[in-house]
Design a protein around this ligand. Structure first.
Ligand SMILES: [Zn+2]
Length: 261
């Protein structure tokens, strides 16, 4: 424990040792499965070192608990592990509202077993954490903080439950259809910087989260927003589709205009 200013509530408190990505993510990467014995966190060899290094005194106990209750606990219990992949299993039990060969769209709003609020909160808590602290190097390379600009404060207020879900913030949630992604994770990385705004994404076993920020985000981003009325969640065959603007455009074209639910 260490005294200091908590970066979320801004109060002088005893700070907890916070992990950059939850420790459970690294634990899941390290438990071998028959299907996928080799962990990957950017590269297979650095998983252990990274899990040891990427923690620091950032948040107070109350704020850590908030992160856990509002997102982390639910999401980590639903990510891919060697014992199963609950989020994927829950999605497979219901029919997608739209489907093309590489992408299924589910309406989280119609699936009581899926808590889209918790998925979004978790995603925003990780992106925010990646912006407010200088974390230890990954792969011996300096980890570059994310630049959230004015959204850093907007997100802090949302995460602290001081304000509603922020405007001009788009989160995308994609569940992997293949099981060989279960032991792969990568930290929030800078995506393509478009004139309309910033985009970032990160992966925990089986679930990829993306964030786009900006007032003029184009339809190939806003169409996939998890916070719209359908509370969309996707199941996709390939990694990184959200970060790839051209592919998103193409997928949007293939999806066509959906009927409103
Ligand atoms: Zn705090």
């Amino acid at each position: 424990m260490k005294k200091g200013k908590c970066k979320l509530c801004l109060l002088q408190k005893d700070l907890q040792e916070s992990h950059f990505l939850p420790a459970a993510v690294f634990k899941a990467l390290l438990s071998p499965t028959e299907r996928n014995p080799h962990p990957r966190f950017v590269s297979p060899n650095i998983t252990l070192d990274t899990s040891r290094q990427m923690k620091d005194y950032v948040l107070c106990r109350e704020c850590e608990q908030k992160f856990s209750e509002n997102g982390e606990r639910w999401v980590l219990s639903h990510m891919a592990k060697d014992t199963g992949f609950p989020l994927q299993e829950k999605l497979r039990k219901v029919a997608p509202i739209r489907s093309i060969p590489t992408l299924k769209t589910y309406a989280g709003a119609l699936i009581p077993a899926i808590d889209v609020d918790k998925l979004e909160y978790f995603a925003l808590s990780v992106f925010w954490r990646a912006a407010v602290h200088d974390w230890a190097p990954v792969h011996g390379q300096k980890y570059e903080r994310l630049e959230l600009g004015p959204y850093e404060e907007t997100l802090r207020q949302f995460l602290l439950s001081l304000s509603p879900f922020p405007k001009n913030v788009v989160t995308l949630i994609s569940v992997y259809e293949e099981l060989n992604f279960t032991r792969t994770a990568f930290p929030p990385a800078r995506g393509e910087r478009a004139p309309e705004g910033r985009s970032y994404s990160f992966l925990i076993p089986g679930i990829q989260f993306s964030l786009s920020l900006g007032k003029g985000l184009p339809p190939e981003i806003t169409e996939f927003d998890s916070h719209g009325p359908e509370r969309k969640v996707f199941m996709a065959l390939h990694a990184g589709w959200q970060a790839d603007r051209l592919r998103s455009k193409l997928l949007l074209k293939q999806l066509g205009r959906p009927p409103a639910i």
